[in-house]
Design a protein around this ligand. Structure first.
Ligand SMILES: *[C@@H]1O[C@H](CO)[C@@H](O)[C@H](O)[C@H]1NC(C)=O
Ligand SMILES: *[C@@H]1O[C@H](CO)[C@@H](O)[C@H](O)[C@H]1NC(C)=O
Ligand SMILES: *[C@@H]1O[C@H](CO)[C@@H](O)[C@H](O)[C@H]1NC(C)=O
Ligand SMILES: *[C@@H]1O[C@H](CO)[C@@H](O)[C@H](O)[C@H]1NC(C)=O
Length: 436
């Protein structure tokens, strides 16, 4: 072998070595947490929209965030092109993870969402309460990792499970959305799939606002500008409760709900206990009653008798504070003018949700209770759900804005921060400048 030939071989070996080691280092980078940027569509739907990349080549998608949603579902009928799409074959491990026993064929030409010998699940549009049947499938999902303070590098999950849905299921979602991102309690929802792909804790946090926000998968601490850090010391914890009966539009008997319930025991307004029919506050054996957290309901929805008791209490406390009430503004009934301002929003009676004991309280201040209608008028942002509702209290988006909520699935508990305004920051203050 001539020396130049030897050198060339050597160079190739070296290059090969570098190539292999760089591939390895990429694969062996294991993020401790991931971040998904979210914006709120305040112009029409008040839905929270997450941006994520999927497929090969990667396509950016807008997805409506569904806190209690069972999994990711996407419109596969329009523009789904990907070299890495794989349908889940009948009786495969993927089908059992998704708890699917429905097996079938598709009588049209094969394409994403239509393949033979695949199992199907039921994508659920929880805004319109419509479900269809859809092929279970896997494809590449790319997401930014984070150190809790900034995004770091992108990482990919090569076989992220989701369900295909027809374009018609998108009805009722914000324009430009191509599906819903379910963050619920199932094994194939985002929190569990990402935790198992990267072997981190089954914990995630949401922190949304009327503009930017984040979903953070994995454990904290989580930081917001200017240097405000939330960790287990700064959160208050309450048990997450399991509703034994599914709240989905289509489900099999015996399946628990994928949604997140907490145990509200009492409601106080300016320290006065509101008198309620307490049996409505617990979840009965038919899955009726209790309190859940929802990102698809824009405002907190209360069962009729609870709504009456809470709003009566609010009006009484407002009279005691000499607040000036004005005409209602649909869908809100209790509107005020000339309200004073505080760091925590309009100066109105404080609404407290008392949880497992008197010391564990979710306080709702003006910033989360009063919705500004115009420069003069703000209204109490709670709506009447009517009688015979499935869930008595549904804590909705407006009441969640600028509150950090951490869902710890392994310990089955919720950590909550109360309004970030109390520490002079907001959920819009995550620093999206990448740190590398
Ligand atoms: C599934 O199999 C049936 C019967 O063999 C065939 O008519 C149909 O075209 C196939 N569909 C797909 C999507 O391959
Ligand atoms: C309290 O609520 C339960 C459950 O809806 C109902 O059966 C009961 O009649 C209610 N009690 C009163 C006093 O209204
Ligand atoms: C409300 O107005 C009454 C009468 O003007 C006054 O006596 C009272 O101090 C006021 N209360 C508050 C909380 O401002
Ligand atoms: C945001 O993070 C970047 C990267 O770490 C940093 O350089 C920048 O100073 C941060 N921004 C602020 C306002 O602190």
């Amino acid at each position: 072998m001539s020396s130049s030939n030897f050198q060339l071989q050597h160079l190739i070996t070296l290059l090969l070595f570098f190539f292999i080691s760089s591939t390895f280092s990429q694969q062996s980078f294991r993020p401790k947490a991931l971040v998904l940027p979210v914006t709120k569509d305040t112009s029409t739907t008040n839905q929270y929209i997450a941006q994520i990349n999927q497929r090969t080549p990667l396509v950016p998608l807008n997805l409506v965030v569904d806190l209690g949603g069972q999994f990711l579902w996407l419109d596969c009928e329009q523009h789904y092109t990907s070299s890495t799409y794989r349908p889940a074959r009948c009786r495969s491990a993927q089908c059992s993870l998704a708890k699917s026993t429905a097996c079938g064929d598709c009588f049209s030409s094969p394409k994403p969402g239509c393949n033979n010998n695949t199992c199907s699940i039921f994508p659920d549009n929880t805004v319109t309460h419509t479900a269809t049947s859809g092929e279970l499938a896997e494809d590449v999902l790319s997401i930014q990792s984070t150190n809790g303070f900034n995004p770091t590098q992108n990482v990919a999950v090569s076989r992220f499970l989701f369900s295909c849905a027809p374009t018609s299921l998108l009805e009722g979602l914000a324009s430009g959305a191509s599906g819903m991102a379910g963050l619920g309690r199932t094994k194939i929802a985002f929190p569990s799939q990402l935790a198992s792909a990267f072997s981190f804790d089954r914990k995630f946090a949401i922190c949304f606002s009327s503009s930017d926000g984040v979903v953070l998968f994995g454990d904290g601490p989580y930081g917001f500008l200017p240097n405000v850090v939330y960790d287990s010391e700064s959160l208050t914890y309450t048990p997450l409760l399991i509703n034994p009966v599914s709240t989905a539009s289509a489900f099999t008997q015996g399946e628990p709900s994928a949604e997140y319930f907490i145990g509200v025991k009492k409601i106080k307004i300016d320290d006065k206990v509101v008198s309620l029919n307490t049996s409505l506050l617990s979840i009965n054996s038919n899955g009726i009653g209790g309190t859940k957290i929802s990102t698809v309901d824009p405002y907190t929805v209360l069962e009729a008798s609870i709504y009456k008791a809470v709003t009566d209490g609010f009006v009484k406390a407002s009279v005691a504070r000499n607040l000036t009430r004005v005409d209602s503004f649909h869908p809100f009934e209790f509107c005020y003018t000339n309200l004073g301002g505080t760091r925590l929003g309009a100066a109105v009676p404080t609404i407290e949700l008392v949880l497992q004991n008197e010391n564990v309280v979710w306080s709702i201040f003006g910033a989360n209770s009063m919705v500004n209608i115009n420069d003069e008028v703000s209204c109490l942002g709670f709506v009447n759900g009517g009688e015979n509702v499935r869930t008595s209290i549904v804590i909705g988006g407006y009441q969640l804005d600028n509150n950090l909520l951490q869902f710890d699935l392994a310990a089955s508990r919720l950590g909550f921060s109360s309004t970030l305004f109390g520490r002079q920051t907001g959920c819009y203050n995550f620093n999206f400048t990448s740190a590398t």
